[in-house]
Design a protein around this ligand. Structure first.
Ligand code: ARG
Length: 655
């Protein structure tokens, strides 16, 4: 049962007598800040009063008179300027808890109007090692899939693999020119990624060589601008009205020069790294036209050249095996893995249709969709005939609508692709796709402690496998320190460390507001006192150990007809927290933010701690109280376990 929704539904009825358009009342129902004032608070009398030109307390009184909450609440109280404070009746709360005890779903209702969702997530670019950026998409997407499904929606999860891009052109070129055959025999994926890295470095080298003179020119221009700004600043020094503007201009010019110099320095570093390595330098000389050659390889692959297609079909399954190792460790599965290659045959048709409809037109040799409000168009076919990322996404959209008729499509993708999705969605609307909700569930970057995108000490982007190992290693240090953990056998310890480590990594990610960047902190992630999976798992294991110590049969307890008593304040707070699960799920899904769910679990675990401090369980004063508290413990554990499961996180009985 969703408590906040129950109140706002009744409030809507009550308010309709006062105003023809009661507005958004749901957002005016809040959990009370302080239990002194009750459980929930209705805050709309102030805004309603303003709109009606009447004193808010009078409006509040009228609302209270009309409010039909007698079955579940004590008589409401009006406080301050017109807050309405609500307190649930003890027996009513106990009855809701009894329902939750008896229900496998903990009293969480299925959606009244189930929707069909397509969730597009993970989507790494095959043959490049999966990096930390992909963990966010994978973990957030997985949590959304699980939660929406739990709420009764139809969910199609689709891993839109990047299996058709220029990286294959690089690998094909590398394979034909630089292959170490025995290495490929022994560890094919390692060899393919070596080839990828080698070719992309060489391509990058030549691109930087070609672009260097422009960078030098930029530095010269920036230096000239700075000199000008310095002169202007000197001239303005006499006039206080002008000094501020001139100072700003000067700072801007200084920053501009720093930026230009940094760009040039980066290029020079990269160039030097190749030039100073005689082997690489020789390769770079021999393969001067590598950039164009790679594009040709990609084009041949796309055009259906038998040799390239054969190689692609040989590489792809090998790469997928590697990805699967990661997915298995993360416990993530997909209904479909329809990569970009799957849509290849539709691309020409999509371009033709958009041209026919007048949505796309030729511009400077390319075919473009011009989207209102954006300077740059969305290019869907290049001058050389190649299709682009956007073309594939349009074709994918068309396929998904035809095949699954979804109500919503969620794209769980890095915030750097925001512009792409804005233009994609705008084009889709003009293409007649009106009835589907299209959402870019964007997320920020994972940063290192230095505040820059997370990298290894050697400066490489961090591979996902490495990150998982790090998390498990950090977990090893805390496993065994918890209650009952000391008796773990070494093999169990290893299994538990894997569960705890992966959980910590996922939770650290999910508990961040997804749109912000966050700092990856190995130690904090497995901290036993903080908003971490480890803490939640520990709270869960603590309940299990109470049941074990008291030799309590949880199933029998649930089947019995014992009542839950809520006399102590900590008991009542815990009960309310348990019953707020439905509300937390609704909130989390209203904006596709798993962090709302982790925030809830954190609050629940804290209420449990407070309860545990204040209320003896096995040593409760009476047998009835003991049973009642055991039931509360059990409900807490089940809610934690279910909530974590919706985030793709497992619990352990002992740790
Ligand atoms: N492969 C892309 C990348 O790694 C993400 C694809 C996201 N999904 C989509 N339909 N565009 O950047």
């Amino acid at each position: 049962m969703n408590l906040a929704e129950l109140i706002s539904d009744r409030l809507t009825v009550a308010a309709s007598r006062l105003s023809a358009e009661p507005g958004d009342l749901a957002s005016q129902v809040r959990q009370a800040q302080d239990p002194k004032f009750g459980d929930y608070q209705i805050n709309c009398a102030m805004s309603l009063g303003k709109r009606l030109g009447r004193p808010p307390r009078e409006v509040a009184a009228e609302l209270v008179a009309a409010l039909d909450l007698g079955d579940c609440c004590e008589p409401p109280e009006i406080a301050g300027p017109g807050f309405i404070n609500l307190r649930f009746r003890q027996e009513w709360l106990a009855a809701r808890l009894a329902e939750a005890v008896a229900d496998e779903r903990l009293g969480i209702a299925l959606a009244a109007r189930p929707r069909t969702y397509v969730v597009d997530y993970s989507a790494p670019n095959v043959a490049k090692p999966m990096h930390v950026g992909h963990i966010r998409s994978t973990v957030i997407g997985d949590a959304l899939v699980r939660t929406l499904r739990f709420l009764g929606h139809r969910v199609i999860s689709d891993n839109h693999l990047g299996d058709w891009g220029t990286q294959f052109g690089m690998i094909l070129y590398g394979y034909r020119n630089f292959l170490d055959a025995p290495a490929y025999q022994a560890r094919p994926v390692d060899e393919l990624s070596r080839l990828y890295r080698l070719v992309s470095r060489l391509v990058d080298y030549h691109e930087r060589r070609a672009a260097r003179s422009e960078l030098v020119a930029k530095v010269t221009r920036a230096a000239a601008e700075l000199a000008g700004a310095e002169r202007a600043a000197q001239a303005a020094a006499a006039d206080p009205k002008q000094t501020k503007a001139a100072g700003k201009q000067l700072a801007k010019a200084q920053a501009g020069l720093r930026e230009a110099e940094a760009a040039l320095a980066e290029t020079d570093d990269k160039l030097a790294a190749i030039d100073h390595d005689s082997q690489l330098a020789a390769l770079a000389r021999e393969h001067a036209e590598i950039g164009a050659a790679v594009l040709r390889e990609t084009a041949l692959l796309h055009a259906g050249d038998p040799e390239r297609r054969r190689l692609w079909s040989e590489f792809l399954p090998k790469c997928l095996v590697d990805l699967d190792v990661i997915y298995r460790r993360l416990g993530v599965t997909f209904d479909y893995t329809l990569g970009e290659s799957f849509y290849h045959d539709r691309l020409a048709g999509v371009v033709a249709e958009l041209e026919r409809l007048g949505l796309a037109r030729a511009s400077e040799g390319a075919v473009c969709v011009f989207v209102e409000g954006y300077d740059a168009p969305m290019i869907i076919q290049k001058q050389d005939g190649a299709f682009l990322y956007a073309t594939t996404d349009l074709a994918t959209l068309q396929y998904r609508l035809e095949t699954w008729r979804p109500d919503a499509i969620l794209y769980v993708v890095d915030h750097r692709q925001s512009l792409h999705f804005e233009q994609l969605f705008a084009t889709a609307r003009r293409w007649g796709m009106q009835d589907v909700e299209l959402v870019h569930v964007s997320f920020g970057t994972i940063l290192g402690k230095d505040g820059r995108p997370y990298r290894t000490r050697a400066g490489d982007t961090v591979g996902l496998a490495w990150l998982l190992d790090e998390a498990v290693e950090a977990a090893r240090d805390v496993v065994g320190s918890g209650e009952g953990g000391r008796e773990l056998a070494p093999a169990d310890r290893e299994r538990v460390a894997e569960v705890v480590g992966i959980a910590a990594l996922k939770y650290a990610d999910l508990s961040q507001n997804r749109t912000s960047d966050y700092v990856f902190d190995r130690e904090k992630m497995v901290s036993l006192d903080g908003n971490t999976a480890t803490y939640m798992q520990y709270a869960y294991a603590r309940v299990q150990s109470i049941f074990a110590r008291g030799q309590v049969d949880a199933d029998a307890l649930r089947r019995g007809d014992a009542k839950i008593v809520l006399d102590a304040p900590a008991e009542r707070q815990l009960a309310l927290a348990v019953l707020r699960f439905a509300e937390a799920l609704a909130l989390a899904m209203s904006d596709y933010r798993p962090s709302q769910l982790t925030a809830y679990l954190w609050e629940l675990a804290n209420c449990y701690s407070a309860f545990f401090e204040a209320c003896p369980v096995l040593k409760a004063e009476t047998p009835e109280l003991r049973t009642s508290r055991l039931l509360l413990c059990d409900l807490t554990a089940r809610t934690l376990c279910t909530g974590l499961a919706l985030l793709g996180i497992e619990v352990v009985e002992r740790m």
